[in-house]
Write a new protein. Sequence first.
Length: 145
Amino acid sequence: MKKRQAGPAGSWPPDEAWTLPEAVSLGTGRTRVHLQPVVQGRDFLVLITGGQAHVGAVAVCDGRGGLDHVRSHSGTVQLDGHKEGPLAAEAAEILAVASGRTCAAAVGIHQNQATAEEIHDIVANVRQGLDLMATFFRAGGAHED
């Protein structure tokens, strides 16, 4: 996975430079999803979309204190009529723990009349993208060498 330079403009602390993985798209047709990491100072967001992009749910996790800290310092908001909340929470937690940074995940995936199989494939594609990004962070990608 390629990396992209983040900061120093807007980072905290101001002289810290670090990298994010490039955006990734996985799947085909109605099961295609896109994961786009975005620098937010020393932290980051990941935008996860598919089909008709929108914001259905947002989750945030503070990854600076390990898994127990993440679980006690996290939150999710899901809009009425949407089902992306659990996936947003999963994404924020996975990436916060892997990167050691605060991560917000905004998820909006919509396919009209999606079948159970399509939903399964969409979720599997998102999880594959999260695994690629988490692997990047665990390999040291979050800090500039």
